[in-house]
Ligand binder design. Sequence first.
Ligand SMILES: [Zn+2]
Ligand SMILES: [Zn+2]
Length: 257
Amino acid sequence: MGTADIHIHSLYSYDATTTVKAVLKQAADAGLDVIAITDHDEIRGSLEARALAPKYGLEAIPAVEVSTKDGHLLALFVEELPPPGLPLVETLLRIGQLGGIAVAPHPFNPLPASLSMEVVVHALTQPGAKEILRGIETYNMSTQAFDRLAQKLSIYLPLAKTASSDAHVYWAIGAGRTEFEGATAKDLKKAIENNTTVPIPYEGDFSAKEILGWVRRMALRRFGYASDSTSAATPVDTQKIDLERVKMMVQKRRRKE
Ligand SMILES: [Zn+2]
Ligand SMILES: [Zn+2]
């Protein structure tokens, strides 16, 4: 069986603090075979990860967490960014054109960025869209307090079940993983399409759970702190890094909005 964490944020997300290299280093140490960096409406981190991943002994899928009009959506196996702000069905059609598939992250909960049951069920009746929406996150380490409903309702949906960390800090990577037959990204895609994945929730407890709080993450970013690792051999270290680089990423995002 292979193990994947297909919902991870890097420094390319406005609310995360991990460089791409540090994501890869931590993923390798956590024993993952396949990862997806899914930054908010930003694909560059995942493309960088794909190029660097073999050095770390793993595979990285090109991917992004798209902000659709109806809530967040993980687009996997896409080389280009699907435009944010479109309704779910239109976004799914776009992901299909790009050759990708989609997973509904942290669904059916009261958080503002989550897809509702109605929207998901509607998409599953739409030709062209239903073939692209193939998975549902039944465990998300970062929103686990709300996961029970997704777990219950997913029984009735024809979707592969996944577990992810939704890590915004490096040490959470792999805390939530999806098992699949095989070991490669191609095997994972097949398992999601065939609905044979097994979600493995994280059983432990984080003593510093509050670090996941949005305010803290933004503060870390604002003061130029990030978790970096320069190579597969060096440890992951949270340190002050090039503040200009962090600022540039945030500005680029603001320009887009
Ligand atoms: Zn999200
Ligand atoms: Zn996320």
